[in-house]
Design a protein around this ligand. Structure first.
Ligand code: KIV
Ligand code: ZN
Length: 391
């Protein structure tokens, strides 16, 4: 894509194969993971999180296989803040041209008290030790503060400073439970990036879950606050309500570059194809009205909209279907369709009716559309042939 020098680059970290696969029921086979990884690599994803190597032998083998196959993207493996996890992740990603260990620990009071049973000082010691261990294995280390958005600011700053001092090159501040709102997400990144000593040495990353439907909005707010990596998944797969959808953040930055001066290196014309690959591999259907890649994302049924679309596509489309790899806009013939779209459809089907025949045919079409959910081309051909035959 052409790069506007006034815009700053945002790196895309895809976690479809890790957080996405954590969607209950979305488990993928090795072959499916390799197919997904290949399509992500070809589309220009910067970092592919291929799995959680300590989770099972299958996950380890999958990360190794992805690492060996991928040509351009960095391949990341996830590790808890546990020595054995970090070694296992290092062993898996060392097969990649560019490998990354992504290690994380919880930082919020609720996680510390109930899940980890650790004090703040103990967590600081764990961060220093585990990030150094990872850094001794590989140059590219990402550290995540799990549940960052429910962590008190002063403690979060101590954690981030410690991770950077220990050698983390990327700092991820996840909204693990999808709790943040955009304004506070923006403020959290801005404050940390502006005040933590050494923050300029790391790339900051957003990782947002969609429990309140704000994962994409929060991701973009994080970027406005200084983050330069977005963690996301194809079709928004992921734990519970999912993660920020890759196709949505990419197209938001591309379509609204006037309001948000950032760009990614994703070839957006591949989004629709990759969405279909992931949907088939994960066995998760894409909802019809899903932004960017849903079946209805470029379909218009209302007469007013169809009339506008026939005059100028920009009346009701803010991006072209081609820009996301969809062949063309569809004007769906239904009870809301108007004369303009019906005339256009007749032309496409090879009919040129006189005024009276057209009015009759249009009325019969409306009657049919009232009874039938979908009016197919064959229905229109049948009703026009009947009409022409009866004159
Ligand atoms: O949501 C989360 O906090 C995560 C971490 C492992 C990065 O997925
Ligand atoms: Zn997550």
């Amino acid at each position: 894509m052409s790069v506007d020098s006034n815009k700053e680059r945002v790196f895309i970290f895809d976690t479809t194969l890790r957080d996405g696969e954590q969607s209950p029921g979305a488990t993928m086979t090795l072959e499916e993971k390799l197919q997904v990884a290949e399509s992500l690599d070809e589309m220009g994803v910067d970092i592919i999180e291929a799995g959680f190597p300590i989770a099972s032998n299958g996950d380890f083998e999958a990360v190794v296989a992805v690492a060996k196959q991928v040509k351009n993207s960095t391949v990341a493996g996830l590790a808890r803040a546990i020595s054995a996890d970090i070694d296992r992740a290092g062993e898996a990603v060392r097969h990649a041209q560019k490998g990354r260990i992504h290690t994380f620990v919880s930082t919020s009071p609720i996680h510390l008290a109930h899940q980890m049973k650790k004090t703040e000082d103990e967590v600081i010691e764990i961060i220093a030790r585990t990030v150094s261990q990872a850094r001794n294995l590989i140059d590219d280390v990402e550290w995540s503060a799990m549940d960052a958005t429910r962590t008190p600011m002063e403690f979060l700053k101590r954690c981030v400073e410690t991770a950077i001092k220990a050698g983390a090159t990327t700092i991820n501040l996840p909204d693990t439970v999808g709790y943040a709102v955009p304004e506070e997400h923006f403020a959290m990144f801005k404050e940390i990036i502006e005040t933590v000593p050494g923050a300029d040495k790391a790339i900051f990353s957003v990782h947002c879950h969609d429990d309140l439907g704000m994962a994409v909005a929060n991701s973009l707010a994080g970027v406005a606050g200084g983050a330069r990596q977005i963690e996301c998944t194809i079709n928004g797969l992921g734990e519970r309500a999912g993660n920020a959808a890759l196709e949505e953040v990419v197209m938001a930055l591309r379509t609204r570059g006037d309001a948000m001066p950032y760009y990614t290196e994703i070839d957006s014309t591949q989004l629709s194809r990759v969405s279909r690959i992931v949907s088939a591999a994960s066995n998760f259907p894409v909802q019809y009205n899903k932004a960017i890649v849903g079946k209805n994302a470029f379909a218009h049924e209302s007469g007013i909209h169809q009339d506008g679309m026939l005059k100028n596509a920009e009346t009701y489309e803010i991006m072209t279907p081609a820009s996301v790899g969809i062949k063309e806009t569809t004007l769906v013939m239904g009870k809301h369709s108007g004369r303009a779209a019906f005339k256009d459809k007749l032309k496409e089907l090879g009919y040129d009716l006189g005024d009276n025949a057209f009015q009759e045919a249009f009325q019969r079409f409306k009657d049919l559309a009232d009874r039938k959910k979908h009016v197919y081309d064959a229905d229109i051909v049948a009703l026009v042939d009947d009409e022409v035959g009866s004159v």
